[in-house]
Design a protein around this ligand. Sequence first.
Ligand code: FAD
Ligand code: NAP
Length: 337
Amino acid sequence: MQIIENVHLKPYNTFGLDAQATHYAEAASIAELQTLLHAGIQPTRILGGGSNVLILQDLPGLTIRNTMRGIEIARRFKNRVWIKAGAGENWHGLVLWTLANNLGGLENLSLIPGTVGAAPVQNIGAYGVELKDCFVSLEAVELKTGKIQHFSKKDCQFGYRDSVFKGALKGQYCIASVTLSLTSANHRLQLGYGDIRRQLEMSGIQNPEITDVSRAVISIRSSKLPDPATIGNAGSFFKNPELDAAVLDRIRQTHPNAPHFPLPDGRVKIPAGWLIEQCGWKGRRVGQTGCYDKQALVLVNHGNAQGAEVWALARAIIESVQARFAVRLEPEVNLWP
Ligand code: FAD
Ligand code: NAP
C-alpha cells in the first residue's frame, strides 16, 4: 500500500475518461485504509469499480480505491443464510458465488458492474429487485476519524437509487463490508418485471431456478446495454423521474401512449429513456459523446471524450426534456469532483 502521485484514472472508470488523481492509493483492509487516512491528504474520495462516476476534471486530494476482498457465510438459519462480503469484491462475482452455493436473492441483480461496497451507496436495483430487499447491515470507516461504525438497514435510509451515503453522509464514509440475507431453500423468484418471463419462455424453461433467472437477466442486459470494455459508459445517466399523477395526465394530453408505472405512494414513474427519446436524442452523436442507440438513458464516450463534454451533453438533454415536458431529469451518476 503506497500513495502514488499523478495517476491516470482511465483504467479505473467505465466511462474511460482520462483525468488524473493527484494522489492515488489502494486499500485492501480496514487497517490499510486507516493508515492512508492518517496521511491527512484532503479531500479523500473512495473509488470502487468507477462504473457510476463522471470525472469532470483532475481530482485533487487522495483517491482511494477499495480492494477489500473476502466472502464468507456469517450465520446460518433454517432456510436462510447471512453472507458477509468485502467492499472491494466485484458485485457480479458475488452474485455468481451465491448462485454456485444455491443462495437466492441476488439473481435479478446479475451483471451490474462495480463493487460490493458501492452497492448500498445507490441501493442498486434492476428488474424489480433492490439491494435493500436482502440487506442486513454494513461496516464502514469514517473518513474524518478512521473510526469503524455499523449501519443497520434503517440507518442507511435506502430509497430509489438512493441512500444516506448519497445524501446527509455523502463522502464521509468508506464502506468496508456488507452483510446480506439470502434464501438457502424455497427461493422466491421475481419474474414479473421487464422481459424476464419472455426470455425464459424463449429458452423453453417452464420451472425456472435462480440460475435460470440470472442467465435470463444476463442475456437481456447483454443485448441492450453497452459493454464498458467496448464503449465507455456509466449505465443509466439519469434517474427515472417520480412524478405527481397530474404531471402524467398533462403529458398524456399530447402523448397518450406515454409509458408509466404506478408507485405505492400514488405518484408515477415515467422512464427517463422514453422522455429523452421523444426529444430526439436516442442514437445521436455529439463530438466524442452521444446517446446510446439501444437505450437513450445511457450516455456514451465514443473514444476520447472529456468528462466536461459528457456533462455538456447531459445538460443539453436535461434542458430539452424540461422544455418539452416540464420535467427536470436528475443525474443518477456521481459527478466528480
Ligand atoms: P463507483 O463508480 O466507483 O462509485 C460510485 C459512488 O459510490 C461514488 O460516489 C463513490 O465514492 C461511492 N463508493 C464506491 N465504493 C464505496 C465504498 N466502498 N464506500 C463508500 N462509498 C463508495 N446500477 C444499478 O443500480 N442498476 C443497474 O442495473 C446498473 N446497471 C449498470 C450497467 C452498466 C453497463 C453500467 C456501466 C453501470 C450500471 N449501473 C447500475 C451503475 C453502477 O454499476 C452501480 O451504481 C454500481 O454499484 C457502482 O459501483 P462501483 O464500484 O463502480 O462504484
Ligand atoms: P426496461 O426494462 O426497458 O424498462 C424501462 C424502464 O421502465 C426501467 O427504467 C424501469 O424502471 C421501468 N419498468 C419496466 N418494467 C417495470 C415494471 N414492471 N414496474 C415498474 N417499472 C418498470 O429497462 P432497461 O433499461 O432494460 O433496464 C432493465 C433494468 O435494469 C431496470 O430495472 C433498470 O433500472 C436496470 N438498469 C439500471 C442501470 C443503471 O445504471 N442504474 C443500467 C441498466 C439497467 P426502473 O429503472 O426503476 O427499474
